[in-house]
Design a protein around this ligand. Structure first.
Ligand code: ADP
Ligand code: MG
Length: 606
């Protein structure tokens, strides 16, 4: 910038001093070298690398051309404006990148490792699983872990976008990136730094820039064709009219051609469009919505079918035992005990509810034959007897007759040594805002809402009726869900996108297969974070329409920039060709458009 400023001073001298001929040329050449030497060198360097038609080349040819036809001040002025424009553009780009980085500023600096009586500040990377750390009021939680003493209220906004603090106490888990608002906490670390939520999220956001939206790749391809096209048009413009039109001067037409070169610079598009998507991704993550790439942010605009998993997505996924039925051989307590022991190793929400209802510690023997059938239930041994526990589909498959009648809740059947003993009914609650979120999606153009579940017909139909869902598929195994989503995608019309939203328990393959895989309540569910394209950091279904709104806003901004940049350039090109614009105006238009487009892009973040 120092050289450019010096160039500007010489330029002003050149305009004011009454010099002529060679001294004037030398003065402007010196100003040019200072103001634009860097650009010329970059152009040469890029040509030697085989990239000819970039903005450095365009500016170099245009300004040298200006000198060639004797318009020295124009030659210098174009370089000056171009450099100043670049400077402001960089400033705006850096500023928005910094504000995205700072909104993702959840990287912990240190952890207080507990050693004997005291604690010592260490790098979070050096702490391993099972070590105890101390988190003081006001500090950022460095690593994921479980509270072993103390209680506090946590600010989770950086991860979830949720402004309400979350109360935590002994036994609750905390995630790196939360901020401890008040109490002194002792936490046993449960994940090493590299696998903790914080570093996974940072990784995701960093990688997101690499996945280009179709519009972004389109602009890159467009610039590749557009720039050479304008350069050749400029060449024809300089050469043909003076040859074929009587009275046309070379000077006039070369000057008009140079305007073409200045205007043809595609920088406004090439810089502002990726920045728009980057801003949209940043703005989404500030609201607890992680989008893994510009391509997914753009795809959300074309979503017309949403497929939702029931348990944990539309419902809370927190079951409560509501009824125990036995056929009399076992008492209710005995049946519950058998069920609890069988479910002791499972992390399925149903298993957790049975263990909670049992309420006593279980002697969970390690049975080598223990098998959990995803979407069906569990097979294991309890007290030396064979126990089968799970849904109707599992029992039908094994040919075990069920007793006790129908229910429109989720039923967990129990058989011991092949004989039916009874069942436990568990209830799940529909999320309070599920209906609202679905109707909002509909009003935004999502035409099909479909529910998939491994649960039974009665429960499924009750939930579907309550939420106004178009179509349900029930008693599915995890692999059936993939098949259904594939079929729906085949039958959907061209250009329309299908999104699948699931909680990540048993549905990672579907998340990966759908056009847009959306993981719910992903806090902690590793498989879901990996497989999904969009991760909603809270279980809140309202984030779905919100993600759509952010996608729309980003698209609107990107297309505003495209239309604005091409429109202004088109006008200046026409004026230039008709001899109505000067090079000064051309460079003003070019630089101005770029800066306005970049500033517009930064709105995507808000
Ligand atoms: P969803 O498709 O609703 O998310 P899952 O695929 O996780 O449900 O499970 C489908 C069904 O399989 C459950 O509704 C339940 O009947 C049965 N099931 C799965 N795991 C278990 C388990 N650990 N214990 C009992 N039943 C289970
Ligand atoms: Mg599920």
């Amino acid at each position: 910038m120092k050289y450019v400023a010096a160039g500007a001073v010489l330029f002003i001298f050149g305009l004011m001093l009454p010099i002529e001929g060679i001294p004037r040329l030398l003065l402007f050449l010196a100003a040019y070298a200072l103001a634009g030497g860097e650009v010329v060198l970059r152009a040469l360097r890029n040509i030697s690398r085989g990239q000819i038609f970039d903005e450095n080349f365009l500016m170099t040819v245009a300004t040298i051309g200006a000198f060639a036809i004797g318009e020295y001040p124009e030659g210098v002025a174009v370089m000056l404006f171009y450099q100043v424009g670049e400077y402001f553009q960089d400033l705006a780009v850096n500023k928005s990148r910094r504000s995205i980085a700072s909104l993702m500023d959840i990287r912990p600096d240190y952890a207080n490792l507990i050693e004997g009586e005291g604690s010592r500040r260490v790098e979070p990377q050096t702490i391993s699983i099972g070590e105890d750390i101390l988190i003081k009021p006001g500090e950022r939680v460095p690593l994921d872990g479980i509270i072993t003493s103390g209680s506090s209220s946590m600010d989770t906004a950086a991860l979830t976008g949720e402004s309400l603090p979350r109360d935590v106490t002994v036994g609750d888990s905390v995630l790196g990136g939360f901020v401890n608002r008040q109490g002194l906490l002792k936490v046993k670390v449960s994940k090493p730094y590299g696998e903790s939520t914080v570093s996974r999220i940072l990784q995701l956001v960093e990688d997101a820039g690499a996945r280009k939206a179709p519009t972004e790749s389109f602009i890159t391809r467009f610039a590749k064709v557009y720039t050479p096209a304008v350069v050749f048009t400029a060449l024809f413009l300089a050469v043909l009219p003076p040859l074929f039109i009587e009275g046309a001067s070379f000077y006039d037409w070369v000057y008009r051609a140079l305007i073409f070169l200045v205007v043809s610079c595609p920088c406004a598009l090439v810089i502002s469009i990726p920045l728009g998507f980057f801003g949209g991704i940043g703005g989404a993550s500030r609201n607890g919505i992680l989008v893994k790439g510009g391509n997914y942010l753009e795809a959300l605009n074309y979503m017309d079918t949403i497929v939702l998993d029931k348990t944990g997505t539309l419902t809370e996924g927190k079951f409560k035992v509501s009824e125990i039925y036995t056929n009399g051989r076992l008492t209710k307590e005995e049946l519950l005990r058998v069920a609890a022991i069988a479910e002791a190793h499972s992390s399925h929400p149903i298993a957790l509810s049975i263990l909670e209802a049992y309420g006593k510690p279980v002697e969970n023997g390690s049975d080598p034959g223990h098998k959990e059938h995803a979407g069906l239930g569990i097979e294991t041994t309890v007290d030396g007897a064979n126990v089968l526990i799970g849904n109707d589909a599992l029992f039908n498959k094994r040919g075990i007759l069920m007793e006790g009648g129908n229910s429109d809740s989720t039923v967990v059947n129990i058989a011991v040594d092949g004989k039916y003993e009874g069942h436990i009914t568990v209830e799940d609650r529909i999320k309070s805002n599920a209906g609202k979120a679905i109707s909002e999606l509909r009003s935004m153009g999502v035409s099909q809402v479909i529910m998939l579940t491994g649960d039974n017909k009665n429960t499924t139909e009750r939930v579907a009726a309550e939420l106004g869902i178009d179509k349900v598929y029930y008693e599915l195994l995890p692999q059936d869900k993939v098949g259904i989503v594939e079929e729906l995608m085949e039958n959907s019309s061209n250009g329309k996108k299908l999104a699948f939203a699931g909680d990540g328990i048993n549905d990672a393959p579907v998340l990966a297969r759908a056009d847009i895989g959306i993981a719910m309540g992903a806090m902690g569910s590793d498989a879901a974070i990996e497989a999904a394209d969009v991760v909603l950091m809270t279980d809140d279904l309202e984030k779905l329409p919100q993600a759509l709104r952010i996608a729309r806003k980003t698209r609107r901004i990107v297309w505003q920039n495209i239309a604005f940049a091409l429109g202004v350039k088109g006008i200046v090109l026409l004026l230039g060709a008709g001899g109505l614009a000067t090079m000064w105006e051309a460079v003003f238009a070019d630089v101005g458009v770029a800066i306005i487009a970049v500033l517009n892009s930064t709105r995507a973040m808000k």
